[in-house]
Design a protein around this ligand. Structure first.
Ligand code: FES
Length: 119
């Protein structure tokens, strides 16, 4: 069965590193959080090179139910877990709104998204 969605966690030039105010994350720890959220086999998680909006590092892109969601400054494990929890909820309820905790981290970019466009 095909995955229902995609999550790209950027680990490019400016994301996933200590420069640019971004925290450093290990891919294995992020993968474990993804697995703990129960997303394994339902959504694809990939670590990508630069996705474009580097000034907003750490960037996470979600594609689910034909919709794009962009998140910026996902700088803590708690924020990664919040993204994964939202994806899990939205898998079975596509109209699920973003939780208040994630709204400040959501923006519009290539392909759409929820939130203000980046300057
Ligand atoms: S390095 Fe992540 S958006 Fe450019």
């Amino acid at each position: 069965m095909a995955d229902a969605g995609l999550i790209f966690a950027c680990f490019g030039c400016c994301c996933g590193h200590t420069n640019n105010g971004a925290a450093r994350f290990s891919r294995p720890a992020t993968r474990r959080a993804f697995d703990a959220a129960g997303l394994q086999g339902r959504v694809r998680l990939a670590f990508s090179e630069c996705l474009g909006p580097c000034s907003e590092a750490n960037v996470v892109f979600v594609y689910l139910h034909g919709r794009a969601l962009w998140f910026k400054r996902i700088n803590t494990p708690d924020l990664f877990q919040a993204v994964f929890a939202h994806v899990r909820a939205a898998l079975s309820a596509p109209d699920t709104s973003l939780p208040d905790t994630l709204m400040p981290y959501s923006f519009s970019w290539t392909g759409g998204g929820v939130g203000p466009e980046l300057a």
